[in-house]
Design a protein around this ligand. Structure first.
Ligand code: ADP
Length: 399
């Protein structure tokens, strides 16, 4: 084993492990690298034990390995590196190598190969290998940072959901007490105290009732994705039938026309699919204009997903608010104008995203709203087979 200290006059430092049995070849390679601008320090070894020993004790930027030495095959370096979980790039430097063997070496993990009588390429090959390592390290670092961020986000989301669930669940009981006793106060003492007292009691009853409604919605929101979700092939047209039954009264009251084009079967929780369509159709009725509400529901297959559309002829939504409305408790109107808590669309978004889809709205003020969302079209079942669900036709219905 020989050591060549750094020459000191170069541009970039390079720590090299040279696996080479010819001292003169080693010197020529080092001289070539120095000529190429490297400040080289090199250890020259020729046996497997020496390679292991040097890799244990030192850190190298690059390994230049002779393809075949009397007691060692240059390619064995790759196995040693893998065993030690090292990613130092290896360039084979060899007297002669046919192109098939050279390609095979590169396939197995060598960065490059250089023929000893073409050593002018050595500097370029080393620079390219170092650049390759730098890019790979940067990519790995970026991937690690991304994975850590995703994990952190998932954890904080989970904490938040847990908090929302526990808060809304545990607050219900004390709130029930407040609501029932203020109601009792109102019944017993209305008209018996002065008019201000009546007004205050009414405010307290209203406040408690409203908080109950908010908590119920928050609980419904935080329940999505918790235990008990039954993902199964769900016939969307029969889910819509159920929604139409649930909404029978408002549909009749406002003479709503629902046109439902052929619907597919999707893999989702049936209860959630009903909830999703019920919120969207319910909103189409609530945010109607003076005209009779018309809702058109359709689905089309786009690549690997189904794209659904629930299109109404209601008041529409200004461009600035198209994202805001999907956030929890965000509303564009007062409760006097339209009742509600601003949770419906947040629930829709959570349902769609839990099922691997996206939801958005296309709309303009006064021109109706087209709520669009996707569900994955094909799913791998447990046996690894892929199923594709087909359309089942349904005639237009009228509410
Ligand atoms: P809520 O109906 O309780 O207000 P949502 O989350 O369902 O809560 O809707 C949020 C807001 O989005 C509504 O207050 C309304 O301003 C707007 N919006 C939702 N659906 C429609 C619709 N079909 N047409 C017009 N505006 C809508």
């Amino acid at each position: 084993m020989t050591s060549f200290p750094a020459n000191g006059g170069g541009v970039s430092r390079l720590r090299v492990l040279l696996i080479e049995d010819s001292r003169s070849d080693a010197e020529i390679e080092i001289a070539e690298l120095r000529r190429g601008g490297f400040e080289v320090s090199a250890d020259v070894v020729e046996t497997q034990n020496q390679v292991r020993d040097h890799l244990d004790k030192n850190k190298y930027d690059i390994i230049l390995a002779d393809y075949s030495l009397p007691n060692f095959r240059g390619m064995d370096t790759l196995d040693i590196l893998r065993e030690k979980n090292l990613h130092t790039p290896v360039i084979l430097v060899t007297g002669a190598l046919n192109s098939e063997t050279a390609v095979e070496c590169v396939k197995q993990g060598a960065m490059d190969y250089i023929l000893k009588d073409h050593l002018a390429r050595l500097t370029i090959a080393v620079r390219r290998a170092l650049e390759d390592v730098r890019v790979r390290q940067e990519r790995t670092r970026a991937q690690e940072q991304l994975a850590a961020k995703v994990e952190e986000l998932a954890r904080s989301n989970c904490d938040l959901e847990q908090f929302a669930y526990v808060a809304s669940h545990d607050l219900q009981e004390p709130l029930r007490m407040v609501a029932s006793y203020t109601q009792l106060l109102a019944e017993r003492y209305r008209g018996k105290l002065d008019s201000s007292a009546d007004r205050y009691i009414n405010y307290a009853v209203e406040g408690a009732t409203r908080m109950q409604a908010l908590l119920e919605d928050l609980l419904a929101f935080s329940r999505i994705g918790r235990n008990g979700v039954k993902v199964a092939p769900t016939d969307v047209s029969s889910a819509i039938d159920e929604v139409l039954k649930n909404l029978e009264l408002p549909l009749k009251e406002h003479s709503v026309t629902i046109t439902c084009n052929p619907m597919p079967t999707v893999l989702a929780d049936r209860f959630q699919v009903v909830q999703l369509f019920q919120n969207l159709i319910g909103n189409a009725i609530k945010f109607r204009t003076k005209r009779n509400p018309c809702v058109t529901i359709s689905a089309e297959k786009k690549g690997q997903e189904w794209l659904f559309s629930v299109f109404d002829n209601g008041i529409g939504i200004a461009a600035d608010h198209r994202d805001l409305i999907f956030k929890i408790f965000q509303r564009l109107h007062t409760r006097v104008e339209y009742p509600g808590n601003g949770v419906g669309l947040a629930i829709c978004k959570k349902i769609v995203e839990h099922n691997g889809g996206r939801i958005w709205v296309e709309s303009e003020l006064g021109r109706g709203s087209n709520f669009r969302f996707t569900f994955p079209a094909a799913v791998a079942d447990k046996a690894g087979k892929t199923e594709d669900y087909e359309l089942c036709t349904q005639n237009p219905v009228s509410g």
